[in-house]
Design a protein around this ligand. Structure first.
Ligand code: GLC
Length: 667
């Protein structure tokens, strides 16, 4: 049951399209205090808190302070409070079990037992929001009700679940040709190559560099003939340049965010000075979305939306203030206090909170200061694209995922987990974030495999890939100044071929589970507690997950480890796919084990009386035979069944009953 409460007058987010009637009951569980702008809950020692979407730290969010404040945070570490997305949904699991959603587009903080170990305090930056309290029979039920409330998740094309190679630094068509050639020569599976900002003409959205990518439509065709899709990036900032049609159109029609005096707000991003399309203005959104057609018409079928927190390296006006201030120090010795001030002026130049107060959106004719609606920007950039795709190619799925997000955006695209690093801790974070993102409707998601920033190592890459084979978005992406990390550059090519190849073998299961999670408002990745609510040990497991209906995974995320400890909450069959092509199976009873896992082993656990459909694999998703699947199972009853979802992967005939069949396995 969902109860809705309203405080003040919220700026509409459209996170929820069909709002339930307001409840006249008292709010249960929470103390609501308008004076302190807080919602408070006294946790018991054993309460677990799940959710909050994209954040650092564990599956259980207790013991830290988090903020919903979309933020470009490429150096995120354990003590980071805010990342790229703002997802105000959490579930309390303990003596009481309930979900809370705070629909509010400004900054919200969540002190989850950080200041005082049993206090959960949610603080809003102003008192205009809707509160939803959700009760249900179980954790899964609460999440499902929430998901039904926020509407069906975006659905990616099947090829978007193939393996993608990306790198900031493929500067011309030949660089991409080389990647595809290497993959082909070494028989490494691949479905897409991502195009980072290098493809643009002087970093301008919706342009293609004429010399680096001459005759782009032909190039896209050449790739498509090899079943490779090109996926270009689109940035939020539009370069300010006379003669650049996108800028000129936006300026002429008043589609950019404005300063208080009505002039265009200027902030710098990759191309230098930029204007920011007013994604919250319906007409501007329609205009921005229509521009994707420029690339769709040239053979592109997917995009990633970036820098849409929005990320601002510096605001023009702010920079001038800093420069003036800095000049006042010229010739003086910087005493310590001055030194700190001086330094922090420059350190705080990017994504500065004050800069977010300098510009305005036109929301249905009303000028709204950006900081009041900050968390809606990336959401509405992706919505601009999603709505345009509906107009431009209503029957075809277009790949779309974004960096920034708010709940509601999940209907228009997936997200990737932003600029992580080639750190073992970020591999674990990738795993831990999956269920909390799924709770908030983001099913098409994954992290930059191998790590975006810093230098990766071959073992990290292999271990990370061994997790990436389960995540719907499976993309190897890295930063221009980091060590290159295409699999063919490492020693153990056979190992990479085996692990990536396992994705294609598992695709019937992964795609089926992905689609069912999206269509039926389920979580594809679940903490063990969601599946084994009566097992207190399961609730404490922070590094294993249920993937879909029948599988548990336990990735290795420690360097030089030969394996790891695994907790089995019930009897399961461990399956080990080895690089040499052999497969080991072992039935294991409930309990704790140390499981050896070689660097190139793919190991997962099948639940009792469950079935995993697999294929023979392939080098492209198109090669995968989804019809004649082989069943991996652990059957102790007469038979075990599996609801198998399969469709053409490209059109939108989701409800066709023929897409769902029952597979049966016997003892
Ligand atoms: C941002 C993105 C990253 C991309 C880079 C250059 O940092 O998060 O994925 O490679 O910009 O476009």
């Amino acid at each position: 049951m969902i109860k809705r409460y309203k405080y003040g007058n919220m700026i509409e987010t459209e996170a929820i399209l069909a709002k339930p009637e307001l409840s006249s009951d008292e709010v249960s569980f929470l103390t609501v205090n308008e004076e302190t702008k807080t919602l408070f809950y006294k946790m018991t020692k054993d309460d677990h808190i799940y959710g909050l979407g994209e954040h650092v730290r564990g599956i259980n969010k207790r013991g830290w302070f988090y903020e919903s404040k979309c933020r470009d945070e490429p150096n995120h570490k354990e003590d980071t409070c805010a990342l790229y997305g703002a997802h105000n949904f959490l579930v309390v699991d303990g003596e009481e079990q309930f979900g809370i959603f705070i629909d509010y587009p400004g900054i919200v903080s969540f002190d989850v037992g950080y200041t005082r170990s049993n206090d959960l305090t949610i603080t809003l930056s102003d008192w205009n929001f809707d509160l939803y309290m959700i009760s249900g029979e179980s954790l899964k039920d609460i999440v499902k009700q929430f998901r039904q409330l926020i509407g069906r998740s975006y659905i990616a094309p099947l090829w978007g679940l193939g393996h993608g190679q990306s790198r900031w630094g493929y500067v011309c068509a030949d660089d991409i040709r080389e990647v595809v050639k290497k993959y082909k020569e070494l028989e490494l599976p691949l479905d897409s190559v991502y195009m980072d900002i290098d493809y643009m003409d002087h970093l301008k959205d919706f342009t293609i560099h004429p010399e680096r990518f001459p005759e782009f439509p032909k190039f896209a065709e050449e790739m498509k003939a090899q079943n490779i899709r090109l996926v270009p990036i689109i940035d939020a900032g539009v370069k300010i340049e006379d003669g650049y049609s996108i800028y000129e159109e936006g300026a002429k029609n008043g589609y950019f965010c404005k300063n208080a005096d009505g002039s265009i707000f200027v902030g710098a991003v990759w191309p230098g000075k930029c204007a920011f399309p007013d994604m919250l203005n319906k007409d501007a959104r329609e205009w921005f979305g229509n521009n994707y057609k420029i690339l769709l018409d040239q053979g592109v079928e997917g995009f990633w939306n970036d820098m849409n927190e929005p990320s601002i390296f510096y605001a023009e006006e702010h920079l001038q203030e800093i420069q003036k201030h800095a000049d006042s120090y010229t010739g003086n010795q910087l005493m310590i206090d001055h030194y700190w001030t001086y330094k922090s002026m420059f350190d705080g130049m990017s994504n500065n909170a004050d800069d977010y107060k300098r510009f305005y959106h036109n929301i249905n004719g009303e000028m709204v200061r950006h900081d009041k609606v900050h968390n809606l920007f990336g959401y509405n950039m992706t919505r601009a694209a999603g709505e345009a795709f509906e107009r431009l190619c209503p029957d075809k799925r277009i790949l779309m995922f974004s960096r920034a997000s708010y709940i509601g955006m999940h209907r228009y695209g997936g997200i990737w987990q932003g600029d992580n690093r080639s750190w073992w801790s970020h591999l674990l974070m990738n795993l831990q974030m999956m269920p909390s993102l799924n709770m908030c409707g983001f099913i098409y998601t994954g992290a930059d495999l191998g790590g975006f920033g810093s230098n990766t190592t071959e073992d990290l890459m292999l271990r990370w890939m061994a997790l990436g084979i389960y995540t719907p978005l499976m993309r190897n992406h890295s930063c221009v100044d980091s060590r290159r990390q295409e699999p063919y550059l490492f020693e153990d090519i056979d190992g990479f071929r085996h692990i990536i190849g396992m994705r294609y073998k598992l695709l019937p299961y992964i795609y089926s589970e992905y689609m069912k999670a999206a269509l039926d408002d389920e979580m594809m990745f679940r903490p063990l507690a969601f599946e084994y609510p009566d097992d207190p040990l399961a609730a404490r497991v922070e590094d294993q997950l249920m993937v879909g209906d029948g599988m548990m995974i336990a990735p290795v995320y420690v360097q030089n480890a030969q394996g790891r400890y695994v907790y089995l909450p019930e009897s399961m069959k461990m399956i080990r796919f080895k690089k040499d092509g052999t497969v080991d199976e072992e039935i294991m009873e409930k309990g704790h084990y140390y499981v050896e896992i070689d660097l190139t082993d793919v190991v997962f656990f099948v639940r009792e009386n469950h079935v995993i459909p697999m294929s023979k694999g392939g080098l492209r998703v198109d090669d995968v035979d989804f019809e004649n699947v082989e069943l991996i199972s652990y059957v102790t009853a007469e038979e075990a069944t599996y609801e198998y979802y399969h469709d053409d992967g490209l059109s939108k005939d989701y409800e066709n009953p023929a897409n769902r069949t029952i597979l049966r396995a016997t003892k």
